[in-house]
Design a protein around this ligand. Sequence first.
Ligand code: VG1
Ligand code: CO
Length: 547
Amino acid sequence: MKLTDLPSQPFGDQQPGTSGLRKKVTVFQQPGYLENFVQALFDQLHGPGQSAAGQTLVLGGDGRYYNRVALQTLLRLAVARGYDRVLVGQGGILSTPAVSAVIRRRRASGGIILSASHNPGGPAGDFGIKYNGANGGPAPESLTGAVYQRTRSIDHYLSCDLPEVGIDQLGSQTLGQTVVEVIDPVADHAAVLRELFDFDAIRALFARGFRLRYDAMWAVGGPYARALLEGELGAPAGTVVHATPLEDFGGLHPDPNPVNAAELVACLFAADGPDMGAASDGDADRNMVLGRGFVVAPSDSLAVLAAHAHRVPGYRQGLAGVARSMPTSTAVDRVASALGIPCHETPTGWKFFGNLLDAGQVTLCGEESYGTGSNHVREKDGLWAVLFWLNLVAVTGQSVEQLVRGLWRQHGRCVYSRHDYEAIPLAQAERLISELRASLPALAGQTIAGQTIAWADDFAYTDPVDGSRSERQGVRLLLADSSRVVLRLSGTGTEGATLRVYLERHEPDPARHDLPLQQALAPLAALAEAVARIRHHTGRDQPDVMT
Ligand code: VG1
Ligand code: CO
C-alpha cells in the first residue's frame, strides 16, 4: 500500500448545517469533494497532517445511492491517516443510532455517518456526511465550524492506493497500520435496547395478538426493526414493511410524517387496521407513531414517554430532567413541571442535547420533527421510541390513543402544527427573515390579526455545561395565552431555502381537543402571515407540507 498526497482546492460550500454536510449526490461526486471535507475533519481532529494512530473510527451509512462508493473513499483516507482500527457496518450499513451505540460500547474515538437522513435519495437525490465524537453524539458547532473554516483553505489530501476493500463479509483485515473490521450493524444497538425495555412484556403483548405495522420506508431501519420485532419479540413476519434498504428508497421520501407515509396512515385508519403503526426515516433516527385511527404528534409522544418513563425498566429510577428543541411544543414542559424535574429548551438539532446528556442533567429529549431519544446513546433513536411505546402499551393495558388522551386530560392539549415552505429562492427567504428580525423590537404589545403579541425575540441559547452561545436560532412570537408562533429556516435542505413555521396553542378544554388541527390553528397561521409577510416575499399562498 502506497500513501498518496494529492493536490486539491477548496470548494467553498462545505459548511455543515443542522446535522452534517448535505448536498446533492452530484455535488459529492465532484472529484475531491468528499476527500476535502474529510481531510479538513481529520486535520481538525488530529492536527494538520497528524496521524490518527491509537484511535478507532466507526464507519457506516444509511445505504443510499453513493454510500458504497463514498465508503471506499473514507476507508482509503482513514487507512492513510493511520487509524488503529476502523469498524465498518457490514455492507456499509449502520443507522445513526447504531453508530452512536457502536462508538460508545466499543470506546471508539468517533464515527462517520454517511447519510442525508430524511432527505430523498437516488442519483438525483441527496447525500450527506456527519461526524460523531467519542460520546457517540453529533459534533458540536465548535467542531463543525472549525472544519468548515479548514475546508476553505485546504490544498491537498492524504490518501492511499488501496484496492477495493471487502465490506460484505464479517471479519478483520489488516491494511497498512489499520485493522479494518466489518461488524454486524445490528448487534451493538440491539444490546443497548435489550437493557432498557421489558422484552418479556412486549413478547407477551404480541403473543396476545397485538398487531403492529412498522414501515421502514425502504431505508436503513428495516434490518434493525426486523431483527428485534420479528426476530426476538415474536411479532409476526411481515410486521416490518419496506424493510430492505434500497439505494433510492424505492422512490419514497424517507421522512416519516403523515404526508410521506400516507400508505401507513391509510392502513391504521382502515376498518381492520393494526393496533399501532410506526415509521422511521432514512437513517432510522426519527420515528412516527400511530394508534389505530390516531396520529401521535411527535411533541406529544415525547411528553407521554416522559410521563410514563418510570414504568420502563431502563428509566425506573425516574428522569434527571428532559430537554426539547425550542420549536417543539411545551407538552413535555408541563409533564416535567408535574414531575418536578427540569426541562431544558435547546436550539434545533440533536447536537445541542449532547452536553446535557453527558452531564447527567437530562435523561429524555426530543424534537417536533419526529425525533425522540435518551441517554442510552447520543442520537435520536427511532426503534427505541417504538419499543418504548410497545412497552408502555404492554404494561399499562392502554392503547396508543388512550395514552395520548390521558396526557391531554391531565395537562391540556398542545395543539400543534408545522408548516413548511420548501425550495424558496435563497434571496427571498433571507429577505423575509431579515425583515422579520428588524421588526422584532416593535412587536411586543402590538395587536396583529386580532392577537396581541406579549413578547417576541430571536432565540439564543447558552449551553449550561460549556457556556457556548448559539444565536439567531429562530424567531418566536409569544401571545398572552401562551400560544406561540416560531419561524426559522431549515438547515438540512439542499435546494434553495425551506421556511418552517411552527404553530402551538394550548387547549385546556377537553371538549375542544378534537377540533380539526388546522382550523384550531388558523388564527396563528394568520398571525404568522401578517407578521412575516410570507406571501409577499415568496409568492406562496400555502405551505408545501403541513405536519
Ligand atoms: C430538521 C429538523 C430537526 C432535526 C434535523 C435533523 O432540521 O427540524 O429537528 O434535528 O432535521 O434530522 P432543519 O434544520 O431542516 O429544520 V435528521 O433525521 O434529517 O438528521
Ligand atoms: Co434522520
